[in-house]
Ligand binder design. Structure first.
Ligand code: AGP
Length: 360
């Protein structure tokens, strides 16, 4: 590639490290003259006119969409559905009267998403693409585009594009909320600054996080991620990251679902990584950790200051509760990176995978 790794051994590590700078870049890019966050009026109009938003995406971008739904519903008050592009393409649900389609794609070239865009355009529905690549197919073919400003992402495993997607979705939700006269009760620019610092603190803790990866994952064949609410969605992303680059079989689950089946898989030493950043379910997820620990699981708890307990494996600095995914995903990215490195896997180019999936 013509993008230099510099002193980094892998693009993935470089891209993980770039995330604080990407956060600052995004804030700047979306600030208007008066430093207030702004979105093009045509896009705000499109959101205002819609009675329901349909987020379409694949892989990591789909996981960002799950969090995007939380942002757009909780901040802007617009109902949202999130769909896997390859499923939606063949089984379109009943649509609302005034849908707006939002395509989330790092590359802007994912064939499964492109097919959906072609279909919904035929039906006459409006569309917005959120992408890292200006001039990409999904950007050119949609009515509107919002850019991620993450800089080129080379590693197959998506890292900075995911956090950039979350940041842009938060900005879109906050600015739409304002346009609709809804009071958020917090200043997103200020909270995003706190997030950028918290991400920096995480990438500065590589040695500690590498040790966690070593202690929990060096010999395992499988690993489970559990969480509730947004922590569940971040767990899905953590599991995808781990399986794609380290080839450890990994799955993410909603903590409360364990007893409905998955807990049967827990054996002596099975690694279970739990996220605990959501106050309203902190006791619940900790209960779930006790349930798996009682069956022999090797548990790692990643919690947030203010919700942490003695003995937690890793404690994140406090950020606004809606923005926790931007920070909690960082140790998961690094754990995957080091797990893959310890197994001598090809971190930047995992087997069987392409950076963007341009065929169906
Ligand atoms: C992420 O680590 C994966 N490599 C993959 O899931 C990716 O997110 C997916 O293929 C979607 O790509 P896109 O964002 O470019 O559309």
């Amino acid at each position: 590639s013509d993008i230099d790794k510099g002193t980094y051994p892998h693009y993935m590590l470089k891209e993980i490290d770039e995330q604080p700078a990407v956060m600052r870049k995004i804030i700047q890019a979306y600030q208007g003259e008066d430093e207030k966050l702004t979105i093009q009026p045509e896009i705000l109009d499109a959101l205002q006119e819609a009675d329901r938003l349909y987020i379409i995406a694949a892989g990591t971008s789909y996981h960002a969409g799950l969090i995007g739904k939380e942002y757009l519903e909780k901040m802007a008050g617009i109902p949202v559905e999130v769909h896997v592009a390859s499923e939606f393409g063949y089984n379109m649900p009943l649509l609302s009267e005034k849908p707006l389609f939002i395509f989330i794609s790092q590359s802007g070239e994912t064939a499964d998403s492109r097919q959906v865009l072609v279909r919904i355009k035929e039906l006459g529905h409006p569309s917005l693409t959120i992408t890292n690549v200006a001039g990409s197919t999904l950007s050119r073919e949609a009515d509107h585009t919002l850019l991620l400003y993450a800089g080129p992402e080379i590693a197959v495993a998506s890292t900075k594009a995911y956090t950039a997607q979350l940041a842009v979705l938060a900005i879109l939700a906050a600015v739409t909320a304002e346009a609709r006269g809804r009071d958020l009760g917090f200043d997103l620019v200020q909270e995003m600054g706190i997030v950028a610092n918290a991400i920096q603190a995480q990438v500065d803790m590589k040695e500690e996080i590498e040790k966690l990866a070593h202690d929990f994952l060096s010999t395992t064949r499988n690993c489970f991620f559990i969480g509730r609410l947004m922590d569940y969605f971040v767990g899905l992303e953590g599991a995808l990251k781990l399986k794609e680059i380290s080839y450890i079989q990994a799955e993410g689950f909603a903590g409360g679902e364990l007893k409905h089946g998955t807990i049967a898989l827990i054996e002596e030493g099975t690694p279970v990584i739990a996220l605990a950043t959501q106050e309203s379910v902190n006791l619940n997820i900790r209960g779930n950790v006790k349930e798996v620990a009682a069956r022999g699981a090797n548990t790692m708890i990643i919690s947030m200051e203010g919700l942490s307990e003695d003995g937690d494996s890793h404690v994140l600095p406090t950020v606004h509760e809606l923005l926790t995914p931007l920070v909690s995903v960082i140790p998961l990215q690094l754990i995957s990176y080091y797990a893959a490195l310890h197994r001598d896997c090809d971190v930047d180019k995992p087997r069987n995978l392409a950076k963007s999936v341009t065929v169906e």
